[in-house]
Design a protein. Sequence first.
Length: 133
Amino acid sequence: MRTVRTLVSTLCLVLTLSACADAAAPPDAAAPPDAATPPDAASSAAGSAAAGDSTPVSAKEVCAYLKGQLPTLRGIGSETGAMANLTVNLYSWYEKQGAVPSGRQIDDQTGQECPTVRTELLDLAGMESFDRL
């Protein structure tokens, strides 16, 4: 039980720090002041990112990553701990790849490419779908 509390606390801390890090830099801080972006292009890009339309990571890469996570998740021994670990690690991995897809997109990719790995991961984490993350 202590391990679960520690994992959940760690998850909350990581998510909080991640949110604070994102809020610290204004979205247009990287653009030079004289570089003008047409309003339609900016809103279109923001809409696409918010909707989670892009999944630049291939299903094969996702499945290889998730398959590598199985031994760790098996060793945790609790659904809550496995879900916390999977949430933090999967989000961090996707963030390094460039874009974090929706849970539905992850479900679609893994359902087609590696249904056995997907099923075992979801069972270990006590979930029916990646949409829950």
